[in-house]
Design a protein around this ligand. Structure first.
Ligand code: UT7
Length: 331
């Protein structure tokens, strides 16, 4: 039997209107534009405003745009995987709400949680359903309303994160699409990047709220050290095992957490920065949305057949890389 590849056949994104600039952050915490730009590369990020709005309110317009761009009837979609760390509710899954909001009446949907590596893990998971021959159209969404779990009195974390959503369509292809992946997890990361309460170990209480334990806790320097080596290493390993020399790599699509991590990863795989998708300056770290948001913004620059390496690192720790051949030339 001929091998079936899972190809990305379309991509769409959504960013909220509100722009939170470094200047505005200067009025909220002891920081300054120069420090933020020098240490992270971030100039501004988007924030989803509005009482009662959640991650699905960004994911739904992204998926609707994806359906329109790919000329897909909602009823033809088989599966939607929502990769998020900030679901609308603990349950039911945000994927259910996205499917309902976009008319995916014949699809089933679920959420996948792997912090900043979530979209990579979700893309790999969605690809299995295509490669097995079981399904023809799978949507993978990466979406996070990070502002809902950020402490805007903690200058070390509030400067980094932003809100966004982006989605890709996966369909069968005879020769283009996902070629290989390598993913890892290691619970050594637990103390350094987590939300301390709100889960089953420490359910919400007055004490956990008073202690600010429902927000992102990050020991940035430790996370940085692990991210800076692991992203580059896993991407390089994947290239080596697929006999992909750096000269044949057309694009590196890294998770957007810190410009210095992006540059170190590019150096490790040996690609020049003009072949690296970077939009961290505009959106900051949108967790599950960073990689599809890059695909969305750089879609027109990719050529059919281009070799792309996607790579991410995040809480858990989780990290990984995907090697894929881009499947279309955007109009
Ligand atoms: O996406 C998931 C994975 N997450 C990441 O990959 C994030 C990885 N970590 C990072 O990107 C960086 O560690 C940060 C951007 C979070 C922090 O940058 P850093 O260069 O590692 O700073 P640091 O935490 O080591 O702090 C250095 C100094 C400290 O001051 P002292 O103790 O040296 O006086 C901090 O208090 O910088 C200070 N600082 C700030 N100063 C101005 C921390 N945040 C700020 C700030 N403005 N916003």
């Amino acid at each position: 039997m001929e091998k079936i590849f899972a190809a990305i056949t379309g991509v769409a994104g959504f960013v909220p209107d509100y722009v939170l600039t470094n200047k505005e952050l200067e009025t909220m915490v002891e920081t300054n534009d120069e420090w933020i730009v020098a240490r992270t590369g971030i100039k501004e990020r988007r924030i989803l405003k509005g009482e009662g709005t959640g991650t699905s309110h960004m994911a739904i317009p992204a998926v609707l745009d994806l359906l329109a761009k790919t000329n897909t009837k909602p009823e033809d979609v088989d599966l939607l995987i929502c990769c998020t760390t900030t679901p609308d509710f603990v349950f039911p899954a945000t994927g259910n709400l996205i499917s309902a909001g976009t008319g995916l009446v014949n699809a089933f949907s679920y959420d996948l949680q792997a912090a900043c590596s979530g979209f990579l893990f979700g893309l790999t998971t969605g690809a299995q359903f295509i490669e097995s021959g079981r399904y023809k159209k799978v949507i993978v969404v990466g979406a996070d309303k990070m502002s809902s779990i950020i402490d805007y009195t903690d200058r070390a974390t509030c400067i980094i994160f932003g809100d966004a959503a982006a989605a890709v369509m996966l369909e069968p292809s005879a020769d283009l699409g996902i070629i290989d992946f390598k993913h890892r997890t290691d619970a050594i990361g637990l103390p350094y990047l987590q939300m301390k309460a709100g889960g089953s170990r420490r359910p919400p209480s007055h004490e956990t709220v008073d202690a600010r334990h429902h927000v992102v806790y990050q020991e940035g320097a430790v996370v940085f050290k692990h991210a800076v080596t692991n992203m580059g290493e896993i991407a390089a390993e994947l290239m080596a095992r697929n006999n992909l020399p750096k000269e044949d790599l057309n694009w590196l699509v890294p998770h957007q957490a810190n410009n210095r991590i992006i540059e170190a990863t590019a150096n490790r795989v040996g690609i020049s920065l003009d072949k690296v998708t970077v939009n961290i300056q505009k959106y900051g770290n949108t967790t599950n949305a960073t990689i599809p948001l890059c695909l969305w913004e750089f879609e027109k620059q990719f050529k059919k057949g281009d070799n792309l390496i996607l790579t991410a690192f995040g809480g858990g720790f989780t990290w990984g890389a995907i090697y894929l051949k881009w499947a279309y030339d955007a109009q």
